[in-house]
Design a protein around this ligand. Sequence first.
Ligand SMILES: [Mg+2]
Length: 349
Amino acid sequence: MVYWGASAHRFPFTHCKQNAQRADFAYAKKGFIDPWSAVAPGAVKGTILSLGDELYERALGAYLGFAVGDALGATVEFMTPSEIQNTYGMHRDIIGGGWLKLKPGQITDDTQMSLALGQSIIDSGGWQATAAADAFVTWLRSKPVDVGNTCRRGIQRYITDGTLAGPMNEGDAGNGACMRNLPLALATLNDDEAFAHATLEQGHLTHHHPLSDAATLALGRMTRTLIRGGGIKECRTEANRLIGEFPLFRFEPYPKRASGYVVNSAQTVLYYFFRTDSFESCVTEVVNCGEDADTNGALAGMLAGAAYGVSGIPGYWLKKLDKKIKFRIEEQTKALLTLAQNVKAKRGS
Ligand SMILES: [Mg+2]
């Protein structure tokens, strides 16, 4: 559905789309969309997707879209919508800054934790809770630019007693588990049961709460549906299922809260995802809600990237993204999809 809301006059969608198409052509021309230019760890010969595969395009769109949303949103994290409006008008440029004083294109803990998880899956040849926990420890010790309180507490617990989950905790309903689950969604793309099982284990490393579980599963399933070509309508069915199970997640009318509480986060992302018709409009609307703008931007970028593909991400945003991060995301996407293919190949043999 096209969103021509109150902000439409400030946001020329058509112009942006044309720019995006031009830039994307340049992006493809440079040869970035080459899924098999490197050997992925754990790859098995003969189980690869074809060059220019649409599924790969959407998977890469989800992962790069996630990082773009993180980098864009970080500038306005913890601001209110009116503070953003007064400072930037509509915030729509990747310029860094914010309370973390980032460089333009720098990403935060959301993308860093996703990359740590993704690398642990690739290095282990599949999901291993201990490997993921170890990767989070290494990440925490690298003095990251930002760490969520619940994430820190969970990783500290693992360091202290080696447990892979704490008891259910009322304070664990933040969006920290949800924000980093994309690599698992990719690595298990052909196995829904494996996805559900591993997602709960992944989430419980730091967040043990039914609302965190529900949102992490639902957003992951939506992303998988989109990557597999199910389309936005099918994705909406998944959102309705989440609301059926937990009416608290109802997002229409929009409750106008975009905090790190996983319910607010999911509401913001879903409300704008279903009301916009492009990557740029979706992510821009979400980050301009402020509050947990980097995580919400990342999750919106994940869904919108999966829906519209990497070619739907404006080239001027992709260009701004930290080049090393962009390269790692491209490499991980190939490797994680190869793992997903291998699961299918094993089942078929
Ligand atoms: Mg962050």
